[in-house]
Design a protein. Structure first.
Length: 278
């Protein structure tokens, strides 16, 4: 049986995404993102499922680990995020004073929290908050988490979908040590890579010219500072297309002329969710 590692505890959105990606896999939680990446480095035939960005609140903040470990990206998966108010069975809304969850979940449910005058408390993850509520058995405490968390820890879903904006999604990356790449076909592909530019004026402007000339669309371009530096940056980039396409190869060749470091992270099929308007 193959293994999938995720950060958090059982019931987390990462657990939910892992179940959707491969329900037959052995799904194992890790305390930290770093631990997940190390599992993939040290264990053969192991995958990790890592949240990369959220439609509403933006990047999750794991870019430094992508740069550090340079695992191969096998696929992307967009998990629908439906935040629920979880309580001890029989609790009334008027009894709740404190709500616990991950910082992003609290931010995404800020309207509900303010309207109900709840005191928010930041925890490491959503499912861990649900587990804590279950153990503490205090009716004035509630958690914001998934319905899977409620089922896992014996809590009641008092109110469903309390997020500020409906239709929220988190993009997860499925990563591993082995290099796997789909053959070029008729499907839509994403090529993901990182690079560090040579230190010279207008380097970024010049490096991106090849994409414009060859008609290659960049869907992600994110900078991240090099360790112990505020003037040296890595860039994390996604483009529409397969690395075997001529126009993509020409664009990357042009980019390479301006780089000190360049590394392809993966080529994978674009999730069909990208084509949906809502």
């Amino acid at each position: 049986m193959s293994k999938i590692y995720f950060q958090g505890t059982y019931g987390a959105y990462s657990h939910l995404a892992s179940l959707s990606i491969d329900p037959k896999a052995e799904i194992i939680p890790c305390k930290t993102f770093d631990e997940c990446f190390l599992k993939a480095i040290n264990e053969e035939n192991t995958r990790i499922v890592i949240p990369e960005s959220n439609r509403i609140t933006g990047n999750i903040g794991i870019e430094y680990l992508i740069f550090k470990y340079r695992l191969n990206i096998y696929s992307e998966y967009f998990q629908k995020i439906e935040h629920n108010l979880l309580v001890l069975p029989g609790t009334k809304l008027t009894e709740i004073k404190d709500v616990y969850s991950h910082a992003q979940a609290l931010s995404q449910c800020s309207k509900f929290i303010k309207e109900n005058k709840l005191n928010e408390h930041v925890r490491a993850d959503t499912a861990g908050s649900a587990e804590m509520i279950s153990k503490n058995k205090k009716k004035h405490e509630a958690a914001i988490a998934s319905s899977l968390s409620a089922k896992t820890y014996g809590l009641e879903v008092m109110i469903k979908n309390i997020e500020n904006v409906p239709g929220n999604l988190t993009r997860f990356l499925v990563m591993g040590k082995k290099i796997l790449q789909p053959k070029l076909g008729q499907k839509k592909y994403i090529t993901s890579f990182l690079f560090k530019l040579k230190s010279k004026p207008a380097a970024l402007y010049q490096s991106l010219g090849g994409f414009a000339i060859n008609g290659v669309n960049l869907t992600k371009l994110q900078s991240y500072p090099e360790v112990n530096s505020f003037d040296s940056f890595f860039f994390l980039c996604d483009l529409d297309g397969h690395i075997e396409e001529i126009k993509v190869q020409k664009s990357l060749e042009e980019l390479g002329l301006h780089c000190e470091d360049f590394h392809v992270l993966g080529v994978f099929e674009a999730d069909p969710v990208r084509e949906k308007k809502t």
